[in-house]
Write a protein that binds this ligand. Sequence first.
Ligand SMILES: Cc1cc2nc3c(=O)[nH]c(=O)nc-3n(C[C@H](O)[C@H](O)[C@H](O)COP(=O)(O)OP(=O)(O)OC[C@H]3O[C@@H](n4cnc5c(N)ncnc54)[C@H](O)[C@@H]3O)c2cc1C
Length: 412
Amino acid sequence: MARLVGMYPAYPPPSARAVELEGLMRRFLAEHVLPAEAAYDAYRAAAGPDDHTLPPVVDELKKSARELGLWNLFLPSESRLTQLEYAPLAELTGWSLHLAPEATNCAAPDTGNMELLHLVGTAEQKERWLEPLLDGTIRSGFAMTEPAVASSDATNIETRIERDGDDYVINGRKWFTSGASDPRCAVFVVMGKTDPGAAVHRQQSMVIVPRDTPGVTVGRNVPVFGQWDQHGHTVTDFVDVRVPVANLLGEEGGGFAAAQARLGPGRIHHVMRALGAGERALAMTVSRVQERVAFGKPLADQGAVRERIAESRIALDQARALCHHAAYVVDSEGNKAARHLVAEAKVAVPRAVLEVIDRAIQVHGGLGVTNDVPLAMLWGWHRAMRLFDGPDEVHLATLARAELTRAPQFEV
Ligand SMILES: Cc1cc2nc3c(=O)[nH]c(=O)nc-3n(C[C@H](O)[C@H](O)[C@H](O)COP(=O)(O)OP(=O)(O)OC[C@H]3O[C@@H](n4cnc5c(N)ncnc54)[C@H](O)[C@@H]3O)c2cc1C
């Protein structure tokens, strides 16, 4: 059992390579990424919400990141990093959520899809899809959630994937297909029912659907708290979409298990990046309160403000400890053993980061809720994080079940 009660884990020290990469990532952030944000924002503002082209500055950053060796760090087989070693690097990318994860080819949903292809893809699937994804030349989408059913319970998914000779025929409506609006999005991993009569966790399968397959329609893009992401979150229709059976990902009926395998690392990576966003919000708080004067003194001299700063530091350090512990157990005992710790982190970290961002908004006054500073965007994204990759309640239900069935340490 992954849970350590009483004893503390002895984390292995980071390798020399991990330390070097951390220094490089810091430099990359300071010298390349943060200075590029203004150009990214200006491009997006001028292009408008319906435009999904990539601001050119992102390709420049991808080139620089690759030259520095900051590329595909999320995947241990590529990066030779443990999850614990990756955690501080991912955290740094969280300082600039629109730019740094993609610049380093560590952005969702591609990372989850790459994990899946790496884990269960055939040699042909890897060559056709994993290689260009690892190369950063295409992007991808993951189409599981459906507007018509409560998709936090993945057994509800209704999309049909029916065998017809050497093909599968797919029919269903998805939404929140992140990344689908991006012109570079070339492929979807689609989850649906291959056998509605099978045992409940064996009904679903995943298939690879090239975006240009007839019958695929990428429709309405939905904003997240009023923010229109460059890569989009779309309603995506699949009508009589035909793909060869060779496009099955993993085994037929294995979709539910594959979704868990995909979401496990994805969750902890979101959590790692969230810590960076929280650090940014705290840094902005500290800077603002020292320069802003109200009632005759800087805000930093007000006891209430100082208390908020301290609360934010505690919240972030607690959250990081939980995240690193989960990452350590992923490394030392595997995804399955770490699943409860990952669930704890997936609930606790976005909540902590939201509190920190909320305090940052408060000390910024009206400015805090505008788009002149990134706080409103960060708040919206992390509020959404309490829903995607499993709403809080689903993780809490899992944790409660584990707690209620655990043998007590002592008779009480
Ligand atoms: C920004 C963003 C990006 C996303 N990207 C993707 C993507 O790329 N691909 C994809 O397939 N999906 C994606 N999603 C969808 C996301 O995974 C779903 O929204 C999420 O799984 C919840 O499903 P639902 O919206 O159908 O909510 P529902 O299943 O309808 O659940 C609604 C609410 O019910 C409550 N609830 C559920 N279960 C329980 C329980 N056991 N106990 C108590 N309360 C409960 C929770 O509060 C939950 O939020 C994204 C969502 C967002 C917001």
